[in-house]
Write a protein that binds this ligand. Structure first.
Ligand SMILES: [Zn+2]
Ligand SMILES: [Zn+2]
Length: 396
């Protein structure tokens, strides 16, 4: 089954919404205008309930099906609304009006596709149970998904399963990719503040050089990946900032390092944190000086549930043909805060290719409006099929 005809009719309207969101990007939880536009559209589409302010600026819409079934369930469909602190480098008619902010991760498209699904589902209501459309803020590092979960979203709307969809640039437009188990990494961050003893650069023997200590830490941290972790497990430790010193002839008093840790399993994540702590303290013990390590656990591993992967992949087969659905796509060390929702309920995230082009987070990235009808068709078919199946089979 290809694109649903009725949804093809929405293409122009949804493209306009997408480009309007693209032109007015907002960061993290400050997605006020975007949320307002979404609420306005949801009202127009006649959904049953709209709740704002979940996870600070998140929006949730409920649509009830007209079909009657035994023990009907509730499915959540999730999109994100926030942009990135990047200056857009494109010459689009609808280029970002907010300098230094841009939709470089396709969240403008995700929100528009979910609005399209809400419109169709509210119009047709050809399903048992309820669809909950989740528009979350602060995916890009702010943990908006966590805030919505902490606000009791899953319990409040009785959500049984949640699905996510993310666009990515790839050769063939309109293909889908998914995998069971860990698909995106945990993402933690660390800051290491070193206090040594500054001196005249010519009298280096009187110093405790924080740059020497910092360099030793950077080097030794790399031994965690190569010597502490099973080579078949994935781990990335990257020191991404190293700041110290103010002059050529002065040995600095302090240095500061920071970076990120990515892994695909909670066990490796724990091990990495433990070894980083040991190495930082050990190296400073060797050289002298003082150190403070701040380790911040951010997004957990995003691990798709097997049954829900089958559900999503089967629907994708229906929309674009099974030859266009990759069911065992390679995991990536990128991260997604959909992981917080996934840790609460059975769920899965699927990737939809928007054709070749600049990478996600690139200043020339742009969501491809051509995939809107495919994404919307996927959402509505998933909701209808899964809800009707659950209501009759009572698998829970
Ligand atoms: Zn992103
Ligand atoms: Zn994203």
């Amino acid at each position: 089954m290809p694109i649903i005809n009725r949804i093809a009719d929405y293409h122009t309207e949804l493209t306009e919404i997408r480009q309007q969101i693209h032109a007015n990007p907002e960061l993290l939880f400050d997605v006020f205008e975007t949320a307002e536009l979404i609420v306005e559209k949801l009202k127009e589409y006649g959904v049953d309930q709209i709740v704002t302010g979940i996870g600070r600026t998140g929006v949730v819409a409920v649509i009830k099906g007209d079909m009657v079934g035994e023990d009907a369930k509730v499915i959540g469909l999730r999109a994100d609304m926030d942009a990135l602190p990047i200056t857009e480098a494109s010459k689009l008619d609808y280029v970002s009006k907010n300098i230094g902010k841009m939709h470089a991760c396709g969240h403008d498209g995700h929100s528009s596709m979910l609005l399209g699904a809400a419109k169709y589902l509210a119009e047709t209501r050809n399903f048992c149970g309820e669809v909950v459309c989740i528009f979350q803020p602060a995916e890009e590092g702010g943990g908006g998904g966590k805030e919505m979960v902490d606000d009791g979203m899953m319990e409040r709307f009785n959500i049984d399963e949640v699905y996510g969809m993310h666009t990515y640039p790839d050769e063939k437009l309109g293909t889908f990719a998914i995998r069971k188990g860990a698909v995106l990494a945990s993402a933690d961050f660390f800051t290491i503040d070193i206090v040594g003893l500054g001196s005249h650069a010519a009298k280096s023997h009187t110093s405790i050089d924080p740059i020497i200590i910092g360099a030793d830490i950077v080097q030794t941290l790399q031994s965690i990946t190569s010597r502490s972790v099973d080579p078949m497990a994935a781990l990335v430790i990257s020191v991404t900032q190293f700041n110290a010193g103010t002059a050529d002839n002065v040995i600095a008093q302090t240095a500061s390092l920071s970076g990120t840790v990515r892994s695909l399993s909670p066990k490796v994540r724990d091990l990495a944190q433990k070894r980083i702590t040991e190495i930082v303290n050990g190296v400073v013990g060797l050289h002298g000086g003082k150190v403070e390590l701040e380790y911040r656990r951010n997004y957990p591993v995003m691990s798709n549930h097997a049954d829900q992967v089958d559900v999503a992949a089967d629907i994708a087969d229906l929309i674009v043909g099974e030859e266009n659905v990759e069911r065992d796509v390679a995991a990536s060390m990128g991260a997604e805060d959909f992981a917080f929702m996934l840790n609460k309920r059975p769920d899965a995230m699927i990737f939809i290719s928007q054709g070749p082009g600049p990478e996600l987070h690139h200043p020339e990235f742009n969501f491809n409006d051509e995939i809107i009808p495919i994404g919307v068709s996927f959402w509505v078919k998933l909701a209808e099929t899964r809800l009707n199946e659950l209501a009759t089979s009572n698998k829970f």
